[in-house]
Write a protein that binds this ligand. Structure first.
Ligand code: C2E
Ligand code: CA
Ligand code: CA
Ligand code: CA
Length: 275
């Protein structure tokens, strides 16, 4: 029996070593992926309950390396540590805009939502690169939504406001991501040029709890007064959908419709389909 225990111990020990190796390997994998272009954008539909149709999609970054896929929550901080975040951010913008230019040939009002972190908007060439891509792909800026996400950056909200104003002036729409969870959500909506609030999926998950319903009602009430449109994200069940419909939420996104899809899958299902 002692032998068996020893084997078990060794087994766990090995797996621990593998785990330790993984973060080192991860860095190499990510460098490799950047060189070999192993990133992809997936697209998740956003459904309008008021218009009964899909008029936009959120672009979500995926990394495929030797048949493993990894969440952007996990690999983006590593990309940042490697000093390669600017490169990948620009890759996302270029690819999403290219996709948008193609899809707008079929649906001219279709829009794409792109995730942008606070640190990204402060980076030197963000505005220039955005404008360059708009020109390059002949995009209508009205079809672009930037979803602003909190990251570990110390925020200079006045600077953010100045930068986002200049984007809004050319027609780009600004969404606040994960609304209802961050530390300064209320400061964002008073100081930033916001068009859309995305209600965080943690509020939707436990939507049957009275407190969550009250918070969502308050978000909807502020949105009505300040003229924001609202998207509920992470909608998974029929029950959640019913509650959101009753609350008169405008748009929903989540597994109940579809998970993020490969571009060609999204295109077949939502862009080239007749409905
Ligand atoms: P997020 O912007 O809040 O994106 C929503 C996340 O919820 C996505 O995870 C999506 O796949 C997932 N999701 C969608 N529907 C459901 C649902 O019904 N239930 C649940 N439980 N989850 C759902 P994902 O793709 O792993 O992305 C994680 C985060 O990584 C994103 O959160 C976003 O903050 C960040 N991210 C993704 N792509 C990019 C990017 O291109 N640039 C930047 N800066 N950040 C990105
Ligand atoms: Ca988002
Ligand atoms: Ca979100
Ligand atoms: Ca998030």
């Amino acid at each position: 029996h002692a032998k068996k225990n020893k084997l078990n111990y060794q087994y766990f020990d090995t797996s621990l070593n593998e785990k330790a190796l993984t973060s080192f390997e991860l860095s190499n994998k990510i460098k490799e992926a950047l060189e070999n272009n192993e990133f992809a954008l997936y697209y998740q539909p956003i459904y309008s309950l008021t218009e009964n149709k899909i008029k936009s999609a959120e672009a979500l970054l995926r990394l495929f390396s030797k048949n493993t896929s990894m969440s952007p929550d996990k690999f983006l901080p590593i990309v940042k540590d490697l000093g390669l975040i600017n490169e990948i951010n620009n890759w996302v913008l270029d690819n999403a805009f290219k996709q948008l230019s193609i899809w707008n040939k079929y649906k001219k009002d279709f829009s794409i939502s792109i995730n942008i972190s606070f640190s990204q908007i402060y980076s030197q060439d963000f505005i220039d690169f955005t404008k360059e891509c708009i020109k390059k792909y002949k995009i209508n800026p009205k079809n672009i939504i930037f979803e602003i996400t909190e990251d570990e950056t110390l925020e200079d909200i006045d600077k953010a406001s100045y930068i986002l104003d200049s984007l809004k002036n050319i027609g780009i729409k600004i969404a606040i991501d994960d609304f209802g969870t961050g530390y300064s959500s209320l400061a964002y909506i008073t100081k930033l040029p916001v068009d859309i609030l995305k209600i965080d999926k943690s509020l939707i998950k436990d939507i049957e709890k009275e407190k969550n319903i009250e918070i969502i009602k308050a978000i909807l009430s502020i949105s009505k007064t300040l003229n924001f449109s609202v998207v509920a994200e992470g909608v998974e069940t029929q029950k959640q959908l019913e509650i959101l419909k009753n609350l008169k939420v405008e748009k929903i996104q989540g597994y109940i419709l579809d998970p993020p899809l490969k571009a060609y899958e999204f295109e077949t299902k939502y862009i080239k389909s007749k409905t």
